[in-house]
Design a protein around this ligand. Structure first.
Ligand SMILES: [Zn+2]
Length: 248
């Protein structure tokens, strides 16, 4: 080790004493990024039924649910910093959504969560139920680079990349299980399709604990009836807000 590297190491050890080495994802949650899938030129899934007013798009339905979650959490947990990746029907790339997640500055000793909200569609009109998607464990994440907000560096600096990936996977599994449990009781009319590990851009690139929810199938007529009902969307939003609070 050369003299320069040794000085940097001593400085890092001084700034980050061993006692400060706490799992960054075990701190109380301060920030929730709410991501309404699709939008603008990307409508996501779409369908048209006798009971709908023309074509209905996933992008509009998930924006409505996400706004409801935002409103519920604002009332229930006013101290949470809530960030929506989009507020209206505009297109945002997957890279931009993920960047919002990993560039949001966190309060000292606090942890974040990214929740992406989607509605499913399938070739088979018989497919039903909700599912909770989580990052594949073997997919490695980078935590520290030129985009990391300066406020967030102390959370990650004491750990190796390997340790951080292990801690992120551990937290992701807890988050996925919590969402599955809370949604299965809060959406008791929907079939629970379980937790699935998926290689999805926003889960891989958000660099923070994250979950992607597929809340039901627009391609199934019975579920489409639910999804297009504001009362059902409010019930689902309530379950999602409750799941977020259960992760705090
Ligand atoms: Zn979608």
């Amino acid at each position: 080790m050369n003299r320069g590297a040794l000085i940097v190491l001593i400085l890092l050890l001084t700034l980050c004493p061993v006692s400060a080495k706490q799992d960054p994802f075990s701190y109380p949650m301060s920030t929730v990024i709410l991501d309404a899938g699709h939008g603008g030129r990307d409508p996501g899934a779409s369908a048209s039924y006798s009971f709908t007013d023309g074509v209905v798009n996933e992008s509009d339905l998930v924006l409505d649910i996400t706004k409801r979650v935002f409103a519920l959490l604002s009332i229930e947990q006013p101290s949470l910093n809530l960030v929506m990746t989009r507020l209206d029907d505009t297109y945002i790339s997957l890279a931009e959504r993920s960047k919002i997640a990993y560039t949001t500055a966190l309060a000292p000793q606090s942890s974040p969560l990214f929740v992406s909200i989607h509605i499913n569609s399938a070739q088979s009109r018989e497919a039903t139920g909700f599912e909770v998607l989580t990052k594949r464990q073997e997919k490695r994440v980078t935590f520290l680079d030129e985009h990391t907000p300066i406020q967030n560096i102390p959370l990650f600096a004491p750990f190796s990349a390997l340790e951080l990936n292990r801690l992120l996977n551990q937290r992701n599994l807890f988050v996925a299980k919590t969402f599955e449990d809370v949604l299965s009781s809060g959406m008791n009319t929907s079939r629970n399709r379980g937790i699935k590990e998926r290689d999805l851009y926003v889960l891989n690139a958000s660099r923070i604990p994250s979950v992607l929810l597929e809340l039901g199938f627009l391609s199934n007529e019975d579920e489409a009836r639910n999804i297009t009902s504001p009362a059902w969307r409010q019930q689902v939003a309530f379950a999602i807000a409750k799941a977020v609070i259960s992760c705090m």
